[in-house]
Structure formats: structure tokens, C-alpha cells
Design a protein around this ligand. Structure first.
Ligand code: PMV
Length: 312
């Protein structure tokens, strides 16, 4: 029996759209931070037949089962029980598939002695979910060509940031990221410009992280979020992942920054708002976001470590 833990990551330079080739390759590079407080814990054990349990319930999740089948084309993996659980809402725009596939490949790699290095685990995690590649690493990570395995950029302790997640709805999203990305690639008139601009912004964001330039990173991260949501909104049929509270929170965070508080927002394919701030601003940001009507829960966290085995 082997247990691994992984944390979700949030992209500051986002990816939304896959390259035409197979293997779940993104169409553009991305840069992320790995969180600390949210986690997926996955236990793998040898069994008579495969069985998957997600949050205590038996599951036949096709994404996971197909991924396991493709792993078996390369490695000899006996029948296994997989028991995986999140300490946060699943499939609600909180990157549960990122931590899920990262924890799963790390647990299988150790349990079945596949001998994969962390970078190779990242490549396999990416095949399950593009963003999962980045959760193999802690702190700041990138996912870029040519090999599309994530790399560490900056350790969590080298630039501590605080993240306040405002949960506005815990329901599952109506359109999955994979389906939404395909829709955007096929129908949004802005899609080609989005991919091109992301490549430029990725390099600018690398510089901002290396220089610990919060203000430059804030501008780039909000632009990446808003450009991605512009592509989503301009897809046919439209992909509107926000609710009214999401918009009120964006306005609140913009007003805080205008008044000198070092904070910015980032939003994925869901209605939750993630506020990223310098640690000294975390109390004021949390207090202010907690006052916005419609916020159901605030989760405060910092930057965390990469996926790892906790019990073998
Ligand atoms: O990991 P996927 O393939 O479900 O895509 C996630 C996409 C976003 O979370 C919206 C952006 C990103 O880069 O994480």
C-alpha cells in the first residue's frame, strides 16, 4: 500500500487550448503556483481487480480509466485499488484534477516501482490533465515546450505569497475544461490572438517572478485571466463560468489594489476567485473579501510543496 499527497496549483499565466497532436499537449506555455492548504491524498494497493474510489464513492471516471490504460501500454501494472480523496470541493474550478493526477502518478510510480523521475511523472500527469503536470513541483512552476514536462521555477520559501480563495459555489461546473477548450479553439474568433499573446506574456511573467516584481506579476496574471475568460465568453455557445459574486469580488480586489494593497485576482474554469497577495496584506484582503455578499467560504493558504509519497 502506498500513499501520496499532492496540492492543486493555480496558473498565473493560464493555458486554455490544446495543440492538435495527441498526448494532451497544451497549445501555449503556462506558469503556476502550487498551493499548500488544499490537498488530494491517494492510496494505491495491489488487488484482484482494478477499483477506483473518489471521495469514498466507487467511480468509473473515464478520464482516470483511460489514462491508466495508456500507462499500462508502457509499464506492467498489476490490478490495483485506487482510493483518492480531496479536502476541498471536486470539479468546481479548484484544480482537483491537477492534484488528483499528480498524486496518482506519484503513488503508482512508487507502488509499482516504475522508476520514473519527477519530470517523467509530470509528463504522465499532463496526459491525464494538462494542469496536473505543474503540481509535481512546489512553489512556482512552468510547463513549456519542447518536452511539456513541468519544471520548478522558484521555491515556495524564496518568495512567499498568500492566497485567499473565495468560494462562491461548490457545484460541479457545467462544461469540463477539456470540452470547453475544444469549443474555444473551434469557435472563438479571439483564440489565435490568445495563444500568441500568452507566449509573450509567459516570458514577461518569468522575468517578473525572477525579479520578485509583484506589481508586474499582478498586471500579467490579471490580463491572462481576463484574456482567457474573453475567449471563453466569445466561444459558441458561450462559456460563462462566473456568477454575480465572482464579478463583485473582482471589483473589490481591483479597488483594494487601487488603494495600495498588494493583491491581484486569478480565476479558472469556475466561479471561485483566487486573490494572491503579499503575506502582510492577507488579513486585510480576507476581511474585505469576506464582506462581499455571496461568498460562502474563504480558504487561506500559502505556497506548498510538490507531489510526494507520504507512506510506502
Ligand atoms: O488541467 P486541465 O486540462 O483541466 O486545464 C485547466 C485549465 C485552467 O485551469 C483553466 C488553466 C490552467 O492553466 O490551469
Amino acid at each position: 500500500m502506498t500513499t501520496a499527497i499532492a496540492h492543486p496549483n493555480i496558473a498565473l499565466i493560464k493555458y486554455w487550448g490544446k495543440a492538435p497532436e495527441t498526448g494532451n499537449v497544451p497549445a501555449s506555455p503556462s506558469l503556476s503556483i502550487t498551493l499548500d492548504g488544499l490537498s488530494t491524498t491517494t492510496t494505491v494497493m495491489s488487488a484482484q481487480a482494478d477499483q477506483l474510489r473518489i471521495n469514498g464513492e466507487l467511480s468509473d471516471d473515464v478520464k482516470v480509466l483511460r489514462w491508466l490504460a495508456s500507462l499500462r501500454e508502457h509499464f506492467s501494472i498489476p490490478p490495483i485499488h485506487i482510493d483518492t480523496a480531496n479536502n476541498f470541493p471536486t470539479g468546481a474550478g479548484l484544480a482537483s484534477s491537477a492534484s488528483g493526477f499528480a498524486a496518482l502518478i506519484v503513488a503508482i510510480n512508487a507502488h509499482c516501482q516504475l522508476g520514473l523521475a519527477t519530470e517523467s511523472c509530470s509528463g504522465w500527469a499532463r496526459q491525464g490533465s494538462g494542469s496536473a503536470a505543474r503540481s509535481l513541483f512546489g512553489g512556482f512552476a512552468t510547463l513549456k515546450p519542447p518536452n511539456w514536462q513541468a519544471s520548478p521555477l522558484l521555491d515556495a520559501k524564496d518568495w512567499p505569497l498568500s492566497i485567499i480563495i473565495a468560494i462562491t459555489d461548490t457545484g460541479r461546473k457545467a462544461v469540463s475544461s477539456s470540452a470547453g477548450m475544444e469549443r474555444s479553439r473551434n469557435t472563438s474568433p479571439f483564440y489565435p490572438a490568445w495563444i500568441e499573446q500568452t507566449k509573450t506574456m509567459f516570458h514577461a511573467a518569468l522575468d517578473a517572478v525572477q525579479a520578485h516584481d509583484f506589481s508586474a506579476l499582478a498586471t500579467l496574471a490579471e490580463r491572462s485571466t481576463l484574456n482567457m475568460h474573453a475567449v471563453m465568453l466569445s466561444s459558441q455557445p458561450t462559456l460563462l463560468y462566473w456568477n454575480g459574486t465572482s464579478i463583485a469580488l473582482m471589483q473589490r480586489i481591483s479597488a483594494l489594489r487601487d488603494s495600495g494593497v498588494p493583491v491581484f485576482f486569478t480565476i479558472d474554469a469556475g466561479p471561485q476567485i483566487k486573490a494572491v497577495c503579499l503575506p502582510e496584506a492577507a488579513d486585510i484582503v480576507a476581511k474585505s473579501l469576506g464582506e462581499v455578499a455571496g461568498v460562502r467560504q474563504l480558504v487561506r493558504t500559502g505556497l506548498g510543496a510538490g507531489a510526494r509519497v507520504v507512506d510506502a
